[in-house]
Design a protein around this ligand. Structure first.
Ligand code: ADP
Ligand code: MG
Length: 361
């Protein structure tokens, strides 16, 4: 049963800015959906439409099966944490919570704000204000939580802590959560399903794993933030193998036959190769039956420590690759090195449209 449904919802602004184009979306009861999109992709607009702070130009929004046409904001059962939440400056934290319907003790166990109760907003740090704003949202006991970039103003340490708090709060709640963010880490960490919004449309909707393993297009691959994209062209075909050559010419890769056949029949042969850093290796596998290609003449330009491993950047001409090395000693910066890419880890996109070439897994 859907708690929130969009049916052909469009919203444009007089400024001509892209809003939402005939959007269909179902958020199930109790679901945790994260929407990921770059700035200006319509995320805030979408939340404001649900909250009743904006009206759609066309289409309809349903909450718990009821049309929200002419239902005012305060009757929608929605708690909204805006991008820059404001507390009442003349009220203490306790009073701020009380105005929202306050069930503060239950929340305090997770958010640890008991010692802040008698302070005024100007006596709180940015991170503390944020916790209070979240506490106020939870205190409303609304069946729907809308969170607009809840982590954006926080520095990385607070961010990860705040994410864990939200996880705990969600575990204890039956609320339906819709969170929007431009940060793939936040979206993939908090959404059981993640939707990628771009150019007013839902580009893809799936589990975090589905998005990372099978992005439908180049936009999604970039949005989830884990792909390196290399532009190039295909040559050959008919009776010969179809070969991908990167623009710089430093990478030549035979296309898998299924992809090669599709590309060979097209007049525009520009292609984009998408590859994740953890799928690129510094040497070929021992098992020689694994199909892939080795590329020589790359230079290591940096090795950044990440956890117990390394994140390397290699360049050749204008081509650039990121390689994740889970453990061991990284090669020396400045030295040439070859890389090895398994064919079955390559994602192929049409150069012009950016759409994935092989349509289904
Ligand atoms: P996001 O939250 O993803 O950054 P928004 O929903 O805020 O995106 O905005 C989507 C587009 O609509 C942007 O191009 C923005 O400039 C425009 N926009 C948003 N609100 C208004 C408004 N009240 N009037 C005119 N244009 C707006
Ligand atoms: Mg926004």
């Amino acid at each position: 049963m859907a708690m929130i449904s969009f049916r052909g919802v469009s919203k444009a602004y007089p400024s001509g800015a892209v809003g939402l184009h005939s959007l269909d979306l179902d958020v199930d009861t109790g679901e945790r959906l994260a929407l990921l999109g770059p700035s200006g992709s319509g995320k805030t607009t979408l939340l404001r439409l649900i909250a009743g702070l904006e009206e759609p130009d066309s289409g309809e929004i349903f909450i718990d099966g009821r049309s929200m046409k002419s239902v005012p904001a305060h009757r929608r059962g929605v708690a909204f944490l805006p991008q820059r939440p404001a507390l009442y400056p003349h009220l203490t934290v306790r009073e701020n919570l009380k105005v929202s319907g306050g069930n503060a003790p239950a929340i305090d166990a997770v958010l640890q704000i008991a010692h802040l109760m008698d302070r005024y907003p100007h006596q709180l740090s940015g991170g503390e204000k944020h916790r209070v704003a979240l506490a106020r949202l939870v205190a409303r006991n609304a069946p729907i939580w809308l969170l607009d970039e809840p982590f954006a103003p926080l520095d990385p340490v607070f961010r990860s802590e705040f994410r864990q708090d939200l996880h705990l709060l969600l575990e204890r709640s039956v609320a339906t959560m819709l969170l929007v963010t431009h940060d793939p880490i936040d979206a993939l960490a908090l959404g059981r399903r993640v939707g990628v919004l771009g150019e007013g449309r839902m580009q893809q909707l799936g589990t975090p794993e589905e998005l990372v393993r099978w992005p439908n297009n180049r936009f999604v691959a970039l949005a989830v933030g884990q792909f390196y994209l290399i532009r190039g062209r295909a040559s050959g075909g008919d009776s010969s193998e179809v070969i991908f050559a990167s623009e710089e010419g430093s990478m030549l890769m035979p296309l898998p036959p299924a992809i090669g056949r599709i590309v060979a029949g097209e007049s525009n042969r520009s292609l984009t190769l998408g590859i994740r850093p953890e799928d690129i290796y510094l040497r070929p596998p021992e098992d020689r039956s694994v199909i892939g290609a080795e590329f020589v003449g790359w230079f290591v330009v940096s090795a950044e420590p990440v956890g117990s491993g390394w994140f390397l950047t290699l360049v050749r001409g204008t081509d650039r690759l990121r390689v994740s090395l889970p453990s061991g000693t990284p090669p020396r910066v400045g030295e040439p090195h070859s890389v090895w890419i398994p064919a079955d880890r390559c994602h192929w996109f049409h150069g012009l449209t950016g759409q994935r070439i092989d349509a289904s897994p």
